[in-house]
Ligand binder design. Structure first.
Ligand SMILES: NC(=O)N[C@@H](CC(=O)O)C(=O)O
Ligand SMILES: [Zn+2]
Ligand SMILES: [Zn+2]
Length: 420
């Protein structure tokens, strides 16, 4: 494939042509010649970025294919400009054993046009006891271990998991949530929950367990990754842990960067997710944490559900919103077009840094790198409309918003994974 007149943004900015051969970038330069049978793409006036990397998606297969499948989830990710995603194991059966993980990884490969990596479960059945066999699961292809969807409630189980994961040099990827503090809360405790007369969950739901985990991670010497960090104190705890040498990385999701609980317009299930939208002060602290490097990356937590599961009151709806097909445009519009951050920073948070944190061969466009790249039109403005989506899930609070930044073509491993 030959991409002509590309304006390449990211860690290696450059203007010119990109030639890919056998899934790898084989040449960068001006006026490159196309060898016979090469597909030529004219990128004049468009921007090329290293393919985006999302380390937190839910593809729901096996077990919950009415919400999403590997095929639809990967297609949605490609439409969003992602060339690599990491899928969570809150599935049925749970990939907590080699047989189920092996079958899942095989399906990730056959059903997706992008790279789909897989986390296996920290514990058997996602219960807070009985750790999985990390050596065997890593050998079978697990990128790391997560119980996303539920926190590991028992501290000594979490410590055992960390010690065993460290022994095989694999990360523990934590959904941080103390169920005692969560109670039956469905949104952030505070004025909005009171106004709507709905049960809230306090910041302690996250911060108490995060403080515990950072102590445990230091003792175990594991790579601890904090999922969907949502509070100001969490940012501070991670900042302090990094300063004392804990190997911790952290992600923040687009919705926690863009919305606060005060923005919830009423008892609307599209605003229900876990962790919940927090206060405006928390939101500002997350943005500051990203800017100063405390938070390493943005991950969507793409969590599709059926229309029925997201209808009615927040009291009964499922937790979670989709994110793959809106993340880049929303963040580009709010953070880059506004002049607050640069496109290079956004690419670092959405590609280079998540790849680096998990040792994935992505996030750069140099000769010899995988031909994973995304072509976007940053000038095109459009209204977010689920009719345009490839995900089965239409659960988003961002529908109807006008954004800039349309993904035109996504190329993974030198092959077209999405084309407008
Ligand atoms: N984020 C959510 O609200 N829901 C996720 C689980 C999770 O990410 O914790 C889901 O699987 O639906
Ligand atoms: Zn989670
Ligand atoms: Zn999740």
């Amino acid at each position: 494939m030959l991409i002509k007149h590309a304006h390449v943004a990211g860690p290696e900015p450059f203007h010119g042509d990109i030639l890919t051969t056998d899934g790898v970038i084989s040449a960068l330069g001006r006026n490159l010649d196309a060898p016979a049978k090469t597909t030529v793409i004219d990128a004049k006036g468009k921007t090329v970025m290293p393919g985006l990397v999302d380390v937190h998606v839910h593809f729901r297969e096996p077990g919950f294919t009415a919400k999403e499948t590997i095929h639809t989830g990967a297609a949605a990710a490609a439409h969003g400009g992602f060339t690599t995603v990491v899928a969570m194991p809150n599935l049925d059966p749970v990939p907590d054993n080699v047989a189920d993980l092996t079958a899942l990884i095989a399906k990730n490969h056959t059903d997706a046009k992008i790279h789909v990596e897989q986390f296996a479960a920290i514990t058997k059945g996602l219960h807070s006891s009985d750790t999985s066999d990390y050596a065997a699961l890593k050998q079978a292809g697990a990128l790391g271990f997560s119980n996303d969807g539920v926190g590991v409630q028992d501290a000594s189980t979490m410590y055992t998991a960390m010690v065993q994961a460290a022994a095989v040099n694999a990360p523990i990827v934590a959904h941080i949530e103390d169920e005692g503090f969560k109670g039956n809360g469905v949104l952030n405790a505070g004025a909005k929950a009171d106004e709507l007369g709905l049960p809230g969950m306090s910041n302690l739901t996250e911060t108490a367990q995060l403080a515990r985990d950072l102590v445990l991670a230091q003792a175990a010497g594991v790579h601890y990754h904090a999922c969907h960090v949502s509070t100001a104190l969490s940012v501070q705890l991670i900042r302090e842990a990094k300063a004392r040498g804990v190997h911790v990385t952290a992600e923040v999701s687009p919705h926690h960067l863009l919305l606060a609980d005060q923005d919830i317009p009423g008892d609307n299930a599209m605003y229900k997710m876990n962790p919940p939208l927090r206060s405006e002060a928390d939101r500002q602290a997350l943005i500051a944490g990203l800017a100063d490097g405390t938070l390493d990356m943005i991950a969507t937590d793409h969590a599709p559900h059926t229309a029925a599961e997201k209808t009615g009151s927040m009291a009964t709806a499922a937790f979670g919103i989709v994110g793959s097909e809106t993340a880049f445009a929303l963040l580009y519009t709010a953070f880059v077009k506004s002049g607050r951050f640069t496109l290079a920073q956004l690419i670092a948070w959405m590609s280079t840094q998540p790849a680096a944190a998990f040792g994935l061969p992505a996030g750069h466009l140099r000769v010899g790198d995988p031909a994973d790249l995304t072509l976007v039109d940053l000038t095109q403005s459009y209204v977010i409309d689920p009719k345009d989506w490839l995900s089965k899930g239409h659960n988003s609070p961002f529908i109807g918003q006008t954004v800039n930044g349309r993904v035109l073509t996504t190329i993974a491993g030198g092959r077209i994974a999405y084309k407008a």
